[in-house]
Ligand binder design. Structure first.
Ligand code: AGP
Length: 615
């Protein structure tokens, strides 16, 4: 939800911190700030707006420092103002802090700090942390303690309820950064006589090849050559250092005009990566290592529960159709945020599967933890190696889609759906699916990257259609069966990057209310690739046409629909098992081109962030 970077080393900290922040801007970009230490001199600059606004402000008063922290904000508590930007400085001026998360008991802490003489300048919850740390440093730690700074932070965090990823610096310790996490990701990068702190590896801006993943309720004392980690209960931690699998080519736009455009056009490759090494043509099934479940254990599963948020939740809905259709296993899909509190009665042989591109979405993470508390086997489908969700699930499948920087998820969605199809095939062939049916699906999956590449060739046509429809303020997206989730996803894409109201609906349900919205000012996008119900979808189109509604059809059967719709996006004909992968792409392109036509920032849409790590 916010991006944090920290640096301690031998180089000028400011440009390194700014470069890291720019790589993390997808996590939030309402405001940005930096705190630098040169000996006991502290410089804090923070501004509403993007990181480049901060950068130009910094240029007005250069400040040489070898240590600093910085932050790019997605506002939770407090409006988007310079004062509410991070870093926050304790009222005694001795500490500066950046925070990602939510302090749930911040009012109580604020009252306590005020009773101890500390004052506040911002409306944020985060500011209470820096004054609480200052209090514990001044009043609750032995001045002769060698790691007094670390101890003051630890003692303060004992009183904090909620989530945090923090980095703190002190004028009394110009060679130390203290970092801590609970619920919001935080990593420590190891360079040559320099250490970095960041919300994810991109924040290291290529300066570290090894990384320490902080776990929840761990606090680290970081210097340029060392790192000590203790738990909130003051237990020393022997941490693991992992190498970073840099895939830097994903960190640049490679000539595209935006990350979102690049990631849409990367889908043949990202789908290929999802499939690679996971198909057995000889056995006509999928080969899924990492599930950490034997075939016998998988055969005993008699129900699957999917949990996720946003686009990942739409992928779960596609998975429901695929697994029920091919493997005949009952599937339920829940919003992770709902599952956590609903206490759903769950069958004992239920497998819980969470899907999360970032692997850090707090609602999905807590649904995973609740499932494990209830003793269920859990799997995770994530795109972020080493993410919290991937580390806390019992097993799982990585998407290998490459870094998805655009806030609107595109390649991650088709990659998740591809992996769910592989899982459906694997489970089906373990049950009643025949060798020949398995072979058909194996061949279809192998053809998916090429089929998506062919679909991407429709981009110029889709761009024309998008220009024609960019003026409308309301849209209906309609689909049936496996394309109902695509209707939801297409509507989400359009609304989140062009700010146009759009809603997805089961096509047949339109008659039960939403048809009231149909008018010449409310176009409909209809997904129509399910052979068995072309005629039903044609009826839905004619019902809309009869009310002067405009229609865009995304279909692999243009002949049937051409007389009944205004515009057709004609898809390549493919096997039924991969139609939903192919049909997702035109809706992504439509949303993208509409947003570009309207001059919207497709990579950083207003009010959004890439990873929602606060509730
Ligand atoms: C999708 O375009 C959005 N960015 C959002 O709905 C996203 O899918 C959701 O926040 C879940 O994120 P995750 O997959 O990283 O858990």
């Amino acid at each position: 939800m916010c991006g944090i970077t920290g640096y301690v080393g031998c180089r000028d900290a400011s440009p390194i911190l700014i470069e890291g922040l720019k790589k993390l801007e997808y996590r939030g970009y309402d405001s940005a700030g930096i705190a630098l230490l040169n000996g006991s001199d502290m410089e804090v600059v923070k501004k509403k707006g993007r990181v480049n606004v901060l950068e130009s402000e910094l240029g007005k008063h250069p400040f040489c420092a070898r240590l600093g922290i910085s932050h790019t904000r997605w506002a939770t508590h407090g409006a988007v103002t310079d004062q509410n930007a991070h870093p926050h400085v304790s009222s005694d001026g001795n500490f500066a802090l950046v925070h990602n998360g939510i302090v749930e008991n911040y009012e109580d802490i604020k009252k306590f700090c005020q009773s101890q003489g500390y004052t506040f300048k911002s409306q944020t919850d985060s500011e209470v942390l820096v004054n609480l740390i200052a209090y514990h440093y001044e009043k609750r730690t032995d001045p002769n303690l060698p790691n007094r700074f670390l101890e003051a932070v630890r003692k303060a965090l004992v009183h904090v309820e909620g989530t945090y990823g923090i980095a703190v610096i002190s004028r009394f310790h110009p060679d130390q950064i203290v970092a801590a996490r609970k619920g919001s990701p935080l990593l420590i990068g190891i360079g040559n006589s320099e250490r970095l702190v960041a919300s994810d590896v991109l924040g290291f801006a290529g300066r570290a090849n090894n990384v320490i993943y902080l776990e929840d309720e761990q606090i680290a004392l970081v210097t340029k050559d060392n790192c000590d980690i203790v738990t909130i209960c003051n237990k020393q931690i022997d941490f693991e250092v992992k190498s970073i699998d840099w895939d830097l080519e994903n960190a640049d736009m490679c000539g595209f005009s935006s990350y979102m455009e690049k990631e849409i056009f990367e889908q043949p490759k990202s789908i290929e990566n999802a499939i690679r090494g996971r198909i057995s043509s000889d056995a006509s099934t999928a080969v899924l290592s990492g599930l950490n479940m034997t075939p016998t254990e998988l055969r005993q599963i008699d129900r699957i529960l999917f949990c996720a948020c946003g686009t990942a939740w739409h992928a779960c809905l596609v998975a429901e159709y695929l697994i029920e259709k091919y493997a005949r296993i009952p599937v339920d899909v829940e919003y992770a945020s709902e599952f956590r509190y609903r206490n759903i009665p769950v069958h004992k042989n239920t497998l819980v599967i969470v899907i999360s591109q970032s692997g850090e979405t707090i609602d999905t993470l807590e649904a995973l933890r609740e499932s494990k508390r209830k003793g269920f086997r859990t799997l995770a489908i994530t795109n972020s190696v080493g993410s919290t969700i991937s580390r806390e699930s019992d097993g799982g499948l990585y998407q290998y889609a490459g870094k998805e920087v655009g806030v609107a998820s595109t390649k991650a969605f088709t990659s998740q759906v591809t992996i769910c199809l592989l899982l459906a095939l694997y489970l089906a062939r373990m049950r009643d699916m025949s060798f020949s049916d398995g072979k058909r699906i194996v061949e279809a999956i192998k053809s998916a990257p090429e089929a998506v590449a062919k679909t991407l060739e429709l981009a110029p046509r889709i761009k024309e259609i998008a220009k024609k429809y960019a003026k409308y303020k309301d849209f209906l997206f309609l689909g049936r069966l496996c394309e109902f989730p695509l209707a939801l996803e297409g509507a989400l894409k359009l609304k989140e990057i062009s700010y146009i109201h759009a809603e997805g609906y089961p096509a047949a349900e339109m008659k039960h209310g939403p048809i009231a919205l149909v008018s010449p000012d409310c176009p409909s996008v209809i997904f129509a690739t399910s052979d068995e119900i072309y005629s039903k979808l044609l009826s839905n189109a004619q019902e809309i046409k009869a009310r002067n509604g405009k229609i865009i059809a995304i279909t692999d059967n243009p002949e049937i629909f051409s007389a009944s719709v205004d515009d057709i996006i004609a898809l390549p004909r493919v096997d039924a098992s991969i139609k939903h992968i192919v049909a997702a792409v035109p809706a992504q392109l439509f949303a993208y081109y509409v947003a570009r036509e309207l001059g919207c920032d497709v990579d950083k849409p207003r009010n959004l962030a890439k990873a929602v790590t606060v509730e």
